[in-house]
Design a protein around this ligand. Structure first.
Ligand SMILES: [Zn+2]
Length: 179
């Protein structure tokens, strides 16, 4: 399965590697290899890093902490201290390297370095004014979180091409059925 980056923030994109959280939940980070692929798909590393079960467990713990923190921000609830602590531990670690090589961009590091980038993105979001823009996709059963940066703050779906199109097509069918 291809990873999706439509949330407008790398931390929310990591949280979005679980789909349909309140229904037939599915996990796109099911193996350490999935996690290694995600770090490349997220454009944090050039090549898949070595990843083991410990890395996967760490990534999943960070992901779930980000999801709970972002959900708290969305609903106006207080952050859980344990989740903040977990996020900060990840954000404190060294980032992946970003260099200008002879052939162009060179990005390197391990899984933890890549996760540090996601954790920092989440911290910047949750601690700043843009936390007020966190939304949950309205298309059932999608539960993806995203930033509504639309001009009028009226975006209702995580991804116009996916959930947005499906929701509009369903509304059109419903109208056609009634008339
Ligand atoms: Zn959606």
């Amino acid at each position: 399965m291809d990873f999706i980056f439509v949330s407008g923030n790398l931390g929310l994109d990591l949280a979005g590697t679980v789909g349909h959280r309140r229904g037939a939940r599915f996990d796109m980070l099911a193996t350490p290899e999935d996690l290694a692929r995600w770090t490349v798909a997220a454009e944090l590393l050039d090549a898949p890093p070595a990843a083991g079960d410990d890395d996967l467990a760490e990534a999943v713990a960070l992901r779930e902490a980000i999801y709970r923190l972002a959900s708290a921000a969305r609903t106006g609830s207080a952050f859980e201290a344990a989740d903040r602590h977990l996020l900060n531990e990840a954000a404190r670690r060294p980032l992946a390297s970003v260099l200008l090589g002879e052939e162009g961009l060179e990005r390197g590091g391990d899984v933890r370095a890549a996760l540090s980038s996601a954790a920092r993105a989440a911290a910047e979001l949750l601690g700043g004014p843009r936390a007020a823009l966190i939304r949950e996709c309205e298309a059932d059963p999608c539960t993806r979180l995203y930033l509504d940066t639309s001009h009028r703050r009226t975006r209702r779906w995580c991804d116009m091409r996916g959930c947005g199109n499906r929701a509009k097509a369903a509304a059109f069918r419903a109208r056609a059925h009634r008339s």
